[in-house]
Design a protein around this ligand. Structure first.
Ligand code: AMP
Length: 367
């Protein structure tokens, strides 16, 4: 099914029905005051919420917040429910659990136009494990499922992927809007069209890389996956995490890029370290001059400058995967500078993938 054919909220009959909607209320919390300094994500869900209320749904909202390991009152949905109540001018019923007695009891009593907010769905480890019976339990609370959590939709979790297996489902307006923007941008991209692909593994992104070769003018490859491309050409990669069984694919991608006239650029220099640790010793080395005992952790300054100049001249940019081990601040520079280049380019940019999104949030470029 193409993205354009995705079922939308307005295709559903929700009158009098219990609708469970996955929202992304993963908002920042001020620990001292228990307030939410930035409620953008809650506001982004209002069009779908208001539509459902006006059309007589009994609305159950489910979201995650942070990364709790089990029940944790510090990561309760209560502040988000309170803020939503203020924005809507109505009471939000808060369940004390997700699929427990309290949630079930409150869901059963829900009336048309009322909203029940479940507790943090990640109180259950079954959520991220995409556990089928957990998804089934969650689904049993409602009759219809709507996904309006654009920021988490790429993850196959119980409340995103799992619920859709058990209930008639549709995309909410926020998801629909984002998809429309993407489909329009990618159907007829303004050129030059540049893809930046990074992250851990070639194997995760072979399909994406192959597909992009038919579309883009420039393909910039960073992150650990670049080293598999190095290895494929017989270059030294030290102790970098390469995928030996993907070298053939990497070579074929290099050849296809050449044949199709795609400007595929690998890092010309890298930041390498002697240990996979935030405080490890590091130095910058040109490609093909890796010390056998060191590993690549980030793209180097020349690569940053080169990638940035390509990005600056682009009209459409898509980006998936960080340029280095951005979780360690010393190795986040490449990702940070590429984010700055994308932000400053004025190009239509689409940035996808969980880690790319976290990297941008961590580095302050989410907007
Ligand atoms: P992905 O989910 O495929 O986009 O990969 C994201 C992960 O790739 C992040 O956790 C990064 O730390 C990791 N990564 C990026 N560059 C490197 C590298 N040079 N060495 C090891 N891991 C890397």
């Amino acid at each position: 099914m193409s993205l354009l054919q995705k079922k939308s909220l307005s295709d559903l009959n929700v009158q009098g029905k219990k609708v469970i909607m996955r929202v992304d209320f993963n908002v920042p919390l001020d620990k001292d005051t228990g307030t939410i300094p930035d409620d953008t994500r809650i506001k982004a869900a209002l069009p779908s919420i208001q539509y459902l209320l006006v059309h007589g749904a009994k609305l159950i909202l489910v979201s995650h917040l942070g990364r709790p390991k089990g029940f944790d009152p510090a990561q309760s949905m209560a502040p988000a429910a309170k803020r939503l109540g203020e924005l809507l001018g109505k009471e939000i019923i808060l369940a004390k659990d997700v699929i427990g007695e309290d949630a079930k009891g409150k869901a059963a009593l829900l009336k048309e136009g009322e909203i029940l907010m479940l507790e943090n769905v990640r109180y259950h480890k079954e959520e991220t494990a995409n556990d089928r019976s957990f998804a089934k339990e969650l689904a049993s609370l409602a009759e219809v499922y709507v996904n309006d959590a654009f920021g988490t939709s790429h993850r196959a979790h119980a409340s995103t992927f799992g619920l859709a297996k058990f209930l008639p489902s549709a995309a909410g307006f926020l998801v629909q809007k984002e998809l429309d923007v993407m489909v329009a941008a990618l159907a007829a991209p303004e050129r030059p069209f540049t893809a930046i692909i990074g992250g851990a593994k070639v194997s995760d992104k072979i399909g994406v890389l192959e597909n992009l070769l038919d579309k883009v003018d420039n393909l910039l490859i960073g992150g650990a996956m670049a080293y598999t491309f190095y290895a494929a050409q017989g270059w030294e990669t030290g102790t970098s995490p390469i995928e030996a069984d993907k070298q053939e694919v990497a070579l074929s991608i290099l050849e296809k890029a050449k044949a199709k006239g795609v400007n595929l650029i690998l890092p010309q220099d890298n930041v390498v370290s002697d240990d996979f640790a935030p405080g490890a010793a590091s130095k910058i080395v040109p490609a093909n001059q890796f010390d056998p005992a060191w590993m690549g952790m980030d793209i180097g300054p020349q690569t940053v400058a080169n990638f940035a100049s390509v990005i600056k001249n682009s009209r459409t940019v898509i980006w998936n995967g960080p340029m280095g081990v951005f979780e360690f601040p010393v190795f986040a520079e490449g990702t940070r500078k590429i984010a700055a280049a994308v932000a400053e380019s004025g190009a239509t940019s689409i940035i996808g993938g969980g880690d790319s999104a976290s990297a941008l949030e961590q580095l302050g470029y989410a907007e």
